[in-house]
Design a protein around this ligand. Structure first.
Ligand SMILES: Cc1ncc(COP(=O)(O)O)c(C=O)c1O
Length: 361
């Protein structure tokens, strides 16, 4: 375990020895021709585990989401999503720039859409507009603190969207965390949507790659969009091999990350001057703020760095994400560092908060 406690994101995970061995030994071919046996195995296992007809391996969650959006929509059509969705905040404006779609972003208290939030914004095509093509849901919801959609809420969206002739795509970057927290299979979650992109990197720990799942025709279209985006990766079996290990092995250990997040949440609740925001912690992501009169969050982030504790966030909101490369001892160190830096009331008021860019990868 490194001496740095890196809680900035689960995107920082290092490949395990088993992943490195699999990469070394991977059988490869030209995946653009469909001839890489390791990629083919990864795609068919992913489709099987998610309970969908087909799957395609893509270099990143961003490409997976945006290729899916492109495949589901026509320029001028509308997409409904929550206002904190990763697809609109952190994916380079691609729903507009690449797919030419109009996004109708809906504010909700918990970052999660309900059907009643969607219906008033649904628009069938008319003489004046192209209409709603797609509803996008994120599960777990990153910026809302790793919150998990109740399965029935998703099922209702899926049912009603189908009746309205609108597709549903899930940004399931952390869907294995969502399934663990919900006590269901990932295929139960996938069954509520038309397509999903999930990440083999992040909590599952693979060095690179995401998977889009859906029905056969849709996935063939996503494959073409992937090529158009420059995502045809040739002998990609070298990295897909690590993805296969991630897919088969990593979900078994995600509970450790959730337990560590619970530990951190409990200690933060007990620490004078801090507030969890939101108070509910369900998976491996948590946010907290410092109370007025205490050291500003932006400065606390910088000071924690001097203790070898790295966290992310924006403004006064601090984010910590647990993952396979931070153990319980690391979490204990993070709490000790936070407590050591919490200045008594008054002292911090003289300090200026450092401007920081928000990060939410
Ligand atoms: C919820 C969510 N969706 C999508 C992505 C994009 O994944 P990638 O960084 O692989 O493009 C991220 C990245 O952190 C994410 O948190």
């Amino acid at each position: 375990m490194s001496t740095i406690v890196d809680l900035r994101s689960d995107t920082l995970t290092q490949p395990t020895p088993a992943m490195r061995k699999a990469m070394f030994e991977a059988e490869v071919g030209d995946d653009v021709q469909g001839e890489d046996p390791t990629v083919n195995r990864l795609e068919s296992r992913a489709a099987e585990i998610l309970g969908k007809q087909a799957a395609v391996y893509v270099p990143s969650g961003t490409m997976g989401n945006q290729a899916a959006i492109k495949a589901h929509t026509q320029p001028g059509q509308e997409i409904i999503c929550e206002e904190r969705a990763h697809i609109i905040l952190y994916e380079m404006g691609m729903p507009a720039a690449f797919s030419g779609c109009l996004v109708r972003a809906v504010p909700t208290p918990e970052g999660m859409l309900r059907w009643q939030d969607i219906t008033p914004r649904l628009r069938p095509a008319s003489d004046h507009y192209r209409g709603t093509a797609l509803i996008e849901v994120e599960n777990t919801v990153n910026i809302a603190g790793g919150r998990v959609y109740p399965l029935e809420q998703l099922a209702e969206i899926g049912r009603e969207a189908k009746a309205a002739g609108v597709k549903v795509h899930m940004d399931g970057a952390r869907v294995f965390n969502a399934a663990l927290a919900s006590g269901c299979a990932v295929s139960d979650i996938a069954a509520t949507v038309d397509s999903m992109c999930f990440c083999l990197s992040k909590g599952l720990g693979a060095p690179v790659g995401s998977i889009v799942v859906g029905d056969k025709d849709f996935i063939e279209e996503v494959r073409l969009v992937r090529k158009a985006l420059g995502g045809g990766m040739r002998q990609a079996g070298v990295i897909a091999a690590a993805g296969l290990v991630a897919l088969e092995e990593s979900p078994k250990r995600l509970h450790e990350d959730h337990e560590n997040a619970q530990y951190l949440a409990g200690e933060i609740r007990r620490t004078d001057g801090l507030r969890l925001d939101p108070d509910v912690v369900e998976t491996n992501i948590l946010f907290f703020t410092t109370l007025p009169g205490r050291i500003p969050g932006a400065e606390l982030r910088l000071r924690l760095k001097q203790h070898g504790v790295l966290v992310s966030g924006a403004g006064d909101r601090i984010r910590m994400v647990t993952h396979q490369n931070v153990d319980r001892a690391g979490c204990v160190r993070a709490i000790e560092a936070i407590r050591a830096e919490l200045a008594p009331a008054g002292e911090s008021q003289e300090r200026q908060a450092q401007p920081v860019g928000g990060s939410a990868y």
